[in-house]
Design a protein. Sequence first.
Length: 303
Amino acid sequence: MTASVDVAAIDTHAPAERRPFGPGTRTWEEVGLVTFSLTAGSAFLLQTMEPSISAVVDAHSTFRTDPIGRALRSLSAVMMWTYGGEESLGETDRLRKMHATLNTTDADGKRHTALSSGPWAWVLHTGTFAFAENAEYFAKRPLTTAEKEDYYRETVQLMRNFYVPPKELPASYADFEKFFADQVENHLEATQTAKDYLKVIRTIAPPTQLPHVLHPVWRAVTGPFGRMQHFVTVGTTPEVARRKLGLAWTESDERKLRILGWFIARLVPLLPERLRYFPIAYEARKLERDKARLRKIIDIRPL
């Protein structure tokens, strides 16, 4: 692994220097937690409401036919660009190369390209929103204003690693909040892709290799998880977006989500680190500690 990102040095108008993440950043400490996946659903939902992303996802994504595989591949990509050290930059390059060919033309004849700067940036902007929402609901306390600004500086570095143009980067988290609200209000649409995604996460399709005779068992086991993911996704999606999609969310729903989040926020820290973090994150963190111990022994060796 490499040294931490120097968040204090990040300037949205400075030349784009690509740097991996490392210990000492909020990204390193929190993105790898198993609770990350709880608000990943709202991020993807907001992505599929963006017209160009929706068109490309509709044409190329396997989220309908292989939802688990698609989710695992996305999760492993996030873990790699966060915890992969120098390989993390190779991962961002791989993803850009893969998306370079994911283009399509919609029913109205409009051309959509996956690497158009606005949609490409929007994918990462939804992650910034989801990170703050995760702390709002599934941490012992929400992020302070200062913590949000610090985390946003790290987000800017991530977006530079993905070659997002400076014009797509609000100057501060406060500016990001205004930009994000405007996008949700005036640009996002109730696309069929977004509606299909909500159906997919509520009823998780069995893997294609699972024998048909075991499908009832699969539905019985995954049903509660699908309903919870759908509930959390709807609850952590902005009200404006919910309204566009015709999704109901009551005060009672909000209380239930808050109670669920309260328990999760207190249960997860009690788990062993191997269970608190996804595998790539756990192994990367363990490696850094091993390297630090080795460095300590080297420094005190007899000379």
